[in-house]
Design a protein around this ligand. Sequence first.
Ligand code: HEM
Length: 381
Amino acid sequence: GHVVPFRGARQAGIVTPAQDRLHFAAFDLTTSSRDDVVDLLRRWSLAAERMTRGLPAGELGPVGGAYDAPPDDTGEAQELRPGNLTITFGFGPSLFGGGDIGPDRFGLAARRPNALADLPHFPGDTLEAARCGGDLMVQACSDDPQIAVHAVRNLARLAFGTAQVRWSQLGYGRTSRTSSAQATPRNLFGFKDGTANLLAEDTAALDEHVWVAPGDDPAASWLAGGSYLVARRIRMTIETWDRSSLREQESVVGRTKGTGAPLSGGQEATEPDFTRTGNDGRPLIDPDSHVALAHPTANGGVRMLRRGYNYTDGSDGLGRLDAGLFFLAFVRDPVRQFVPMQNALAKNDLMSEYLRHTGSGVWAVPPGLADGADYVGQALF
Ligand code: HEM
């Protein structure tokens, strides 16, 4: 595996070509001290940089420390790393508090970005409180699941006494491509996913849709150069889907299951033509299909950088797979981009019949750590 640099203008793990494995974790702070929070971010940044470089989380490593003390690295990634590990940090609305959001525990409420608030209730949401929100967010991605889990585990260990894991999610099999060099993978519906995604090479589109610009929010200048991450744990009713016809499946998506071409014709990369009709005079792409409703033309030009993963958490005790898509998207403004699109999808998308949203969260993702800077998010404190 390779090393993805931890430092840079942006945090790694956003436009980094999507790795195949994910361990995502939301943390809640258990301290009421701002100094403790800063100290945690400092220690997390140090350990994260070490781990992404292929080093143990702590300087002594799994076996180099005192015999009567717990090791400063848990050891299970020793022969595996670095494995393209990226660790991306984010700050949830509850870290800031203020207004309807909750207490201002750390004196940060005045610096909460306007766009950083809990997502509204969407039609059909069946969210589980134990899979929602969190003061802090850690997205660890790697080519090897053990490396991603090792990273989150060691950050959780370092947080003991200051923060604890609120919920976490494993993902396998990226469901997006984030670089033109990557092939389009498939989601658990069996369809290519990521065809029309924003890509790392399209820097103008990233500036427009992903990166927070300096003038976006005067109260939150610390976030300039960063982004927002929206997470949705979306369970698929796999067994129902598997009993639906290929015709139904393709009309729900609006693309073919084989090549991923739009139902209006062409190849995978062909732009969908929503005006094209068949012999019966009806549009070839159903106006209520996922692609028709998620397309920029139906959303005032809105796009997002999708970076989700398939997940399977065993089965649910009724013989049904607890499986689906852990949707992750980076956007410049969740209120203008994610919220209206998800409202439209939740109301009209033919796909909603096969989906249940069970987890949710939104976090501000600070810019990357410049050379010489101590910790991610330093400009906030
Ligand atoms: C496109 C699947 C949830 C936004 C697509 C495509 C598939 C797909 C197969 C077409 C290929 C592509 O361009 O990537 C799914 C599945 C979902 C899901 C299985 C849930 C389990 C969502 C959600 C959103 C979203 C929650 C945002 C609120 C988009 C966008 C596109 C897209 C923006 C690109 C549309 C275009 O530009 O043509 N999705 N999706 N998807 N999806 Fe989803």
